[in-house]
Design a protein around this ligand. Structure first.
Ligand code: AHM
Ligand code: MG
Length: 337
């Protein structure tokens, strides 16, 4: 094998975080430790998602579908437990908010740290039966000055997050993360157990050709939303209509949007006044990443990252993606509001 083809100087996520840390003289290394806990959680979930898929195959072959269904439901709970334990024992977290827990979780004195983590341990888990990609979404806030950790530390706009990311569990595990200075993508190398930099400095194309929305809700959309999606399907003479792609797993739909451009949306409608997706651990981290990659994210009338959540599980409508596409949404909503 020629020497040039064998890279020995690989950039792992941990190395990238340590490099970032060195740029800030006052940095204590706490964030690096916290991100290691998140990486551990993601590796654990990645391996279990794979096992669950295997169980599913065995289940189908043996007709034990209920058993496999049960196992997969448990995966949500197991994933949640692994994240909570890893985050708590890192000693760097005071408050956790998980999609799986009705209330915020406060870390006991002695183990508390200066960060709060909001996360959805296994988003899109209803898709596991079909082998569709699922993912973990997370955001990190610093606790407010003089706080020992309370709900007000996380009831803050998404723009105040210091880190946002997701890990998508597909044919490989892909971690996409922003420390507030651009977006990088890492792929888990199972043989060494490390996330390796494979997608440096992700930039979302300024305009795309794909729209991604649950069109089954079209009956309930408001006029602005209806007009916008109609405009993509029936463009003026000489322009091509957009293609539709909707996986129904936010991490996978946003991942594609980040790489290829276009628009992903879960709008409000007559049934769901605030859409479906939760601000803290779905909309904010994804909006943060998309903005850091040069795109935009709006509720239709407001920048997503400026919305202040009323409660930890508050929802908001979202349109995110390529800058020009999101600006088209904003223009149409402006006409109606
Ligand atoms: P979940 O947190 O219960 O998994 O739901 C969130 C998921 C997202 O991943 C996805 O974008 C959305 O729900 C799909 O919803 P729908 O089936 O209504 O289109
Ligand atoms: Mg979710």
């Amino acid at each position: 094998m020629s020497d040039e083809k064998f890279t020995t100087d690989i950039i792992t996520l941990t190395r990238h975080v340590l490099d970032e840390q060195r740029k800030h003289k006052e940095a204590s290394g706490d964030l690096s430790i916290l991100l290691n806990a998140i990486q551990l959680g993601c590796k654990f979930v990645a391996t279990n998602v794979r096992k669950a898929r295997l169980l599913n195959l065995i289940g189908l072959a043996g007709g034990a579908q209920n058993f496999s269904g049960e196992e997969q439901k448990k995966l949500d709970v197991i994933s949640n437990d692994i994240f909570i334990n890893a985050l708590r024992s890192s000693g760097k977290v005071s408050v956790m908010v998980s999609e799986e827990n009705d209330e915020a979780i406060f870390v006991e004195e002695g183990l508390r740290g200066k960060y709060c983590v909001v996360f959805d341990p296994l988003d899109g888990s209803s898709n596991i039966d079909a082998g569709v990609n699922v993912g973990t979404i997370f955001g990190i806030y610093r606790v407010l000055k003089d706080s020992v950790g309370s709900v007000s530390d996380v009831l803050r706009p998404g723009r105040e997050m210091v880190v946002a990311g997701y890990c998508m569990y597909g044919s490989s595990a892909n971690m996409v993360i922003s420390l507030g200075d651009g977006v990088n993508g890492y792929t888990l190398d199972n043989s060494i157990g490390e996330f390796i930099l494979t997608h440096p400095n992700i930039q979302i194309p300024p305009r795309g050709k794909i729209y991604s929305v649950n069109e089954g809700n079209a009956k309930y959309w408001d006029e602005a939303c209806t007009e916008y999606f109609h405009s993509l399907k029936f463009p003026p003479e000489g322009k091509s209509p957009y293609s539709a792609r909707y996986i129904g797993s936010m991490v996978a739909d946003v991942h594609r949007t980040l790489l290829y451009g276009g628009i992903f949306s879960y709008p409000s409608d007559k049934k769901s006044k605030n859409g479906k997706l939760r601000m803290l651990y779905e909309c904010f981290p994804m909006a943060f990443l998309v903005e850091q990659a040069g795109g935009r994210a709006t509720t239709g009338t407001k920048r997503v990252l400026d919305v202040i959540p009323e409660s930890i599980h508050s929802r908001c409508p979202i349109f995110l993606g390529s800058k020009d596409d999101v600006e088209d949404v904003e223009k149409i909503f402006h006409k109606y509001n």
